[in-house]
Structure formats: structure tokens, C-alpha cells
Design a protein around this ligand. Sequence first.
Ligand code: MN
Length: 145
Amino acid sequence: MRITDQTEFNRVNVFGQGQENAAFARYFIGTSYLNPLTQPGQCPLALSNVTFEPGCRNNWHIHRAKTGGGQILICTAGEGWYQEEGKAPVSLEPGMVITIPANVKHWHGAKKDSWFAHIAFAVPGTETANEWLEPVDDAAYGALE
Ligand code: MN
């Protein structure tokens, strides 16, 4: 369900909005928010609920790894998009799980007319690093329905 009203969205964003994602803002168009769900030192996996305002998406990027690696997205509220380079965008709704392979160029974010949230975590691997690339083209994103 697409949700444009922030108050309505906050009621269904059950993993919480958290704070503005300032540290990664340069890799996003629009405003995103980060709510850590695990404590460093208590759990080897860092899970965070990431909330995107309508129109917000991250730049094309690659989760690099020598072995293992990649990223898992668990869609939690609103509606969004996930796209791998050269493939059609995938519409995201709560309850969907996206497994992003290591070393594959992709982006994820909200639809232009809906708030969106997913839990994200990095799959453990060796020699892991995030490579941030160009923004998603405005016209291509705007054409997504
Ligand atoms: Mn990613």
C-alpha cells in the first residue's frame, strides 16, 4: 500500500524511523533515516531499519566482496523499488525479502509517491566494501509507476 502521509506511515513503520541518515546523505537523493536494531558488540550482524521519504533512493552501488558478502533487504512498510543493472525494477511491498548478490550493481529506495522502509543487513564475507556510484537518473526514476 502506497502511503504519502507521514503520520499514517509512522503508525505502520513498526521498526521505527530513527535518526536522519546524515552519514550517508551524499549517496542518496532525498532524505533517508536509519534506526539500528542490533547493538555493536552484542551481535555480529548489524541490522538497521532504513526509512525513505517519497522519491528518496540511494545511488547505484555495489556491495563488493571476495567471498560471501552482498546484502539482504526485508521490506517492512510502504512501497519501494529495487533494481539490478540491466534488469527491470522490482516493486517492493512489506513482507518481501530481496537477496542482493555481492558484486552486483543496484539501487533501492521509495516510490515517488510513497514512504518506504526496509531492514537492511550486510551478509558476512571477506574483503567486503561498498562502492558508491552515480545517482539513479531522474527521468528513468520518474517514469517508474
Ligand atoms: Mn544495496
